[in-house]
Design a protein around this ligand. Structure first.
Ligand code: ADP
Ligand code: MG
Length: 444
């Protein structure tokens, strides 16, 4: 997963360039200090540092200290030393996507890494660090969106432009679920950001989970765990930027990001290196400033198109109070909780319906559908309350009619929630199926 520095150089060269040079005055860890051009730079600005061998390394300004600019590199720091030139690059980072990016895999800088040759370049520049649309100009979330996964369509229905978190530990089925969403959604395009995973996991996701037919309707952005923090953070921005391109064409876009936690960790590395204090359980304040700026780029636009976002958050041991989980939950319009023990008993996707919620759902369902959902949830809750007792054989049938009913319906509800990865569950049939199971007539 290496990027091609030559292309980036070409991109920077294409920008109006005043060719101003500073000098490297110190290198410490991942941080390069540059003197002489502080007044020409600002946080988020770009530079390229020329190695002793004459190779340019793209860098970003992450702070200032004692009158000098602090830069972090998008590549390695080999061969950079005191006195090396640092050239100021004017303008903001932008990409030029086209429809032909569908089916392609790119890195954090928007360069192809799939060996399928060069990426066609479009006409319209899209800023990589765009701001979310202004709140007052944004449309409201649209109608229901078919995501092709029965548990979500039925109990956690999402609307066009909704943003949801997927909270799960590792190995619980996030990648498989994301690939199902990307393949089976009615959204025209999926943009998938894979951030901070190992290279092997990325390969598995592309080849086994997503497969050629899923990839054909997707653009995938990848920054693996071994890449510098700036690349991992940038991959998250790049994912949203590409989604915004398709949204601006008036399309409904599904934006999937795995994981927001690794984005936050990249920002933590950047912030701490730039001298920020670790204020919240080791996370510096910029993490909590950057999270909403990133996640709010998903959502309805000001025109026809929408970005529906599903963002995974790593919660080991189900700790939803962990600072990143807590911050993300506050920003989004709902959350889907996946649990290891559900997968272990063989029910995939391993979603705990009772702990999950879609905030827009009650408003987009009719009364009959809401009643059906409430009834099913109540049965699941009764069962969950008594689960231990039932397993241990400590519950005697007949002691409580509501528990008896829950036990009666449990196998059918579990069966309803179970979905093979090669199966698509269309939205139209979900409620009718659930109604048939609960014997309550067709609820549409
Ligand atoms: N829908 C599913 N049907 C069958 N097995 C599944 C399903 N989803 C996940 N699994 C199983 O769980 C394992 C881990 O899933 P994966 O998506 O790679 O987890 P994560 O991305 O959370 O680490 C898979 O290898 C597979 O065996
Ligand atoms: Mg995975």
């Amino acid at each position: 997963m290496i990027h091609d520095p030559d292309r980036l150089v070409a991109e920077i060269d294409a920008l109006p360039d005043t060719r101003m040079f500073g000098r490297v005055t110190s290198v410490l860890g991942m941080m390069v200090e540059v003197g002489g051009v502080e007044k020409k730079l600002s946080v988020g600005g770009r530079c390229r540092v020329i190695t002793r061998g004459g190779k340019p390394v793209p860098c970003e300004v992450v702070g200032f200290r004692a009158g000098r600019a602090l830069l972090m590199p998008f590549g390695g720091l080999d061969d950079i030393g005191l006195g090396c030139q640092a050239e100021v690059a004017e303008g903001q980072a932008a990409i030029f996507p086209t429809q032909a990016w569908l089916g392609r895999v790119v890195n954090a800088l928007g360069q192809p890494i799939d060996g399928k040759g060069p990426l066609p370049q479009g006409e319209v520049p899209m800023l990589v660090k765009a701001n979310p649309p202004p709140a007052h100009a944004r449309r409201r979330v649209g109608g229901k969106m078919d995501l092709g996964v029965r548990a979500i369509n039925t109990f956690l229905t999402c609307c066009r432009g909704q943003r949801m978190g997927i909270f799960a530990g590792s190995g619980v089925g996030k990648s498989v679920l994301m690939s199902m969403l990307a393949k089976y959604t009615e959204a025209g395009v999926s943009v998938i950001g894979l951030i901070g995973e190992r290279g092997r996991e990325v390969q598995e996701f592309l080849e086994h989970d997503l497969g050629p037919e899923g990839l054909a309707r997707s653009v995938v952005v990848v920054a693996t765990s071994d890449e510098p923090p700036l690349m991992r953070r940038q991959a998250a921005y790049m994912t949203l930027t590409i989604a915004e391109y398709f949204r601006d064409l008036g399309q409904d876009v599904l934006c999937l990001m795995d994981s927001v936690t690794r984005f936050a960790m990249a920002q933590r590395e950047i912030g701490l290196s730039a001298g920020e204090p670790p204020t919240t359980k080791g996370y510096p304040p910029t993490v909590f400033a950057e999270l909403p700026r990133l996640l709010e780029r998903a959502g309805p636009g000001t025109g026809q198109g929408t970005i529906s976002g599903l963002f995974t958050v790593l919660v080991e041991g189900g700790d939803m109070e962990e600072p990143i989980a807590d911050a993300v939950r506050g920003i989004l319009d709902g959350h889907i909780v996946m649990e290891r023990r559900i997968g272990e008993r063989g029910r995939y996707p391993a979603i705990n319906i009772l702990r999950s919620v879609s905030r827009t759902m009650p408003g987009c369902n009719n009364e009959e559908q809401n009643a059906l959902v409430t009834r099913a949830r109540r049965l699941m809750a009764s069962y969950a309350d008594m689960e231990e007792m039932i397993r241990l054989g400590a519950y005697r049938r007949g002691s409580d009619p509501s528990v008896d009913e829950a036990i009666h319906f449990n196998p059918a509800i579990e069966g309803f929630l179970r979905q093979r990865k090669d199966e698509r569950a269309p939205l139209e049939t979900c409620y009718a199926e659930l109604a048939a199971i609960l014997g309550g007539g067709g609820a549409g």
